[in-house]
Design a binder for this molecule. Sequence first.
Ligand SMILES: *[C@@H]1O[C@H](CO)[C@@H](O)[C@H](O)[C@H]1NC(C)=O
Ligand SMILES: *[C@@H]1O[C@H](CO)[C@@H](O)[C@H](O)[C@H]1NC(C)=O
Ligand SMILES: *[C@@H]1O[C@H](CO)[C@@H](O)[C@H](O)[C@H]1NC(C)=O
Ligand SMILES: *[C@@H]1O[C@H](CO)[C@@H](O)[C@H](O)[C@H]1NC(C)=O
Ligand SMILES: *[C@@H]1O[C@H](CO)[C@@H](O)[C@H](O)[C@H]1NC(C)=O
Ligand SMILES: *[C@@H]1O[C@H](CO)[C@@H](O)[C@H](O)[C@H]1NC(C)=O
Ligand SMILES: *[C@@H]1O[C@H](CO)[C@@H](O)[C@H](O)[C@H]1NC(C)=O
Length: 292
Amino acid sequence: MKVYRSIMRSAVRYRETRSASLLCVLLIAVTGVRGLSNVSIDIPLAVAAGTTVNMTCRYDLQSDTLYTVKWYKGSEFFRYVPKELPPIAVFGELGAKVVRNRSDEHRVVLKDVQPNHTGKYRCEVSGDSPSFNTVMVSGYMHVASLPNGRPQLRIEKMRYAVGDTVRGNCTVPSGNPPANVTWTVNGTPVNSSSIKFINEAIGDHQQHTTVAELDLETMQDSFSNGRLQILCHANVFHLYKETAEVSLKEERPRLASVLGTRESSYIGSGTKCTPEYFYITAMTALLLCNLR
Ligand SMILES: *[C@@H]1O[C@H](CO)[C@@H](O)[C@H](O)[C@H]1NC(C)=O
Ligand SMILES: *[C@@H]1O[C@H](CO)[C@@H](O)[C@H](O)[C@H]1NC(C)=O
Ligand SMILES: *[C@@H]1O[C@H](CO)[C@@H](O)[C@H](O)[C@H]1NC(C)=O
Ligand SMILES: *[C@@H]1O[C@H](CO)[C@@H](O)[C@H](O)[C@H]1NC(C)=O
Ligand SMILES: *[C@@H]1O[C@H](CO)[C@@H](O)[C@H](O)[C@H]1NC(C)=O
Ligand SMILES: *[C@@H]1O[C@H](CO)[C@@H](O)[C@H](O)[C@H]1NC(C)=O
Ligand SMILES: *[C@@H]1O[C@H](CO)[C@@H](O)[C@H](O)[C@H]1NC(C)=O
């Protein structure tokens, strides 16, 4: 019995110490040791000039109360202080773009953004006393002035024999930043050594026209069913995706088609009655006549 009672007593003592440490954990939580956390910024990577942008700053206050949220692009342009009335204050040229009634402690809405608003945006969140925890996060946003129109594709000529060089230009209307241009031939990306870029800056708004030059030597396997499908793809982030396309023909010397190509062997079987068939039979008739 004695032994049993002493076990009971130690079990009780154990439970007491455990609840004491639990209380300690609770106290730490209440007094704000676990405060402001999980701060993150959510802004678009790229937007078109003239549009409205939502920028979000997420955070978990936990036991803290909010003191301020400040937004910077270089200098401060937005501040939210819940203790003040009104809680929103804006500063400078960017501050004038803030849509106040759609902005709050988590969000800033900017209207009519311009290319010079491209850059690094920072959000700074501070907890109130006694902790005054402050966390700063940042993100980068491009404001693009999109090309006004589709790319234009110019190719030297329309027919090519194997071994010829296809020369052409793809011109994308001016924008900022300049568009990325890539080429595909019959669906296959063109080796970059065949491409050259010329960026022409025009005007004082740093607008750039992109001219991509193609200089591609054709090979036996370049053609697909006697055709070269040339595509110029122009992109500005996910905001502008346009293509220009041209279909070039393979130029085959007529003699080659008479002498031992597939077409002439089809003729033998008599299953095909194409204009070429009549042409070739006429030629054969002429040859036979001359031989006689
Ligand atoms: C932070 O956020 C993530 C995902 O939203 C969540 O899983 C995690 O529990 C959060 N952490 C804290 C400390 O709140
Ligand atoms: C901005 O947020 C508002 C409200 O949440 C939404 O209706 C709108 O579509 C958003 N705009 C953009 C560009 O994401
Ligand atoms: C915000 O204010 C503008 C006028 O300044 C008003 O036209 C618009 O409806 C308001 N939007 C909201 C969401 O309250
Ligand atoms: C940005 O460009 C606009 C014109 O598009 C101009 O009014 C504004 O002052 C410029 N802002 C800065 C910070 O350069
Ligand atoms: C492509 O552009 C360059 C430079 O503007 C020019 O010299 C060349 O003739 C152009 N080629 C074609 C096929 O238009
Ligand atoms: C492109 O072509 C050049 C020469 O024809 C070759 O050296 C290079 O490896 C090629 N690059 C690719 C990515 O195929
Ligand atoms: C062009 O392509 C590069 C590499 O993929 C990318 O980093 C850049 O953002 C693109 N620029 C535009 C304007 O789309």
